[in-house]
Design a protein. Structure first.
Length: 237
């Protein structure tokens, strides 16, 4: 919420009718004090979040999108913003709901849902987030002597600032959230590049190498492995 009391929401949703309906009910529930931005694909969402032109208070995320899974995209959302995520989905089984929360969603509502139920849940999440921000100076991820401050977007090794550059922090943040898994170079390149060219791959490798050097100089017990023909993986040395 900005200084004018306006709540800014990003809707990641394919269905234009759902977008229109949700914008209308949110405007009514929040008495017009809301700005709703919408995107219909993961590509558009990625570009919007990486541009960092807007500080979002809430993300409404559909699971099934034209170019991929909303669930798989959640770590990238967390790497770009600390806004809470409400998953909107037609998948109603307990297993799917558990998967959504475990993947990193803050809450989950199944369609069809009553607009009032959605807005009540959103308002509760916003109140909780406001309280958390007023009482907690930072949100961190800790791995051994490596600490990521997700608010300040800084990494510390044994309490010393590692000096990550602007595009290095979201790369490390995403890899840590996917620790133990190999993240494709194409997916990581979306953070630092606008297209998937050979030059872009070299640019990604340059950033990864710089991160590794900064971690190693601080005697961090973690590194980023280059898995040939697969991608990169954050792991313990």
């Amino acid at each position: 919420m900005d200084n004018e009391g306006i709540t800014t929401v990003l809707l990641i949703e394919e269905d234009e009718n759902v977008i229109t309906t949700n914008k209308r009910v949110l405007s009514k529930a929040l008495k017009g004090n809301v700005r709703c931005h919408s995107v219909r694909t993961l590509k558009e969402a990625r570009e919007t979040l990486l541009a960092k032109k807007t500080a979002y208070d809430m993300i409404l995320l559909d699971i099934i999108l034209p170019d991929g899974s909303g669930l798989e995209f959640i770590p990238e959302i967390h790497a770009a913003t600390d806004a809470p995520i409400l998953i909107l989905s037609t998948r109603t089984t307990p297993l799917e709901i558990i998967k959504g929360i475990e993947r990193g969603g803050d809450n989950y509502i199944t369609a069809p849902y009553e607009p009032e139920a959605m807005t009540t849940l959103i308002q509760a999440m916003l109140r909780r987030e406001k309280k958390n921000r007023s009482t907690v100076p930072s949100i961190t991820i800790v791995r051994g002597n490596l600490t990521l401050d997700l608010i300040a977007k800084r990494a510390y090794v044994s309490g010393i600032d590692a000096g990550l550059e602007e595009k290095e922090f979201p790369l490390l943040s995403l890899l840590i959230r996917e620790a133990g898994k190999t993240v494709s170079a194409n997916r990581l390149s979306e953070i630092v590049c606008k297209s998937d060219t050979e030059h872009d791959k070299n640019t990604l490798q340059k950033h990864i190498s710089a991160i590794c050097t900064k971690l190693e100089s601080g005697e961090c017990n973690y590194t980023i492995r280059n898995i040939k023909n697969e991608g990169f993986r954050f792991e313990n040395i």
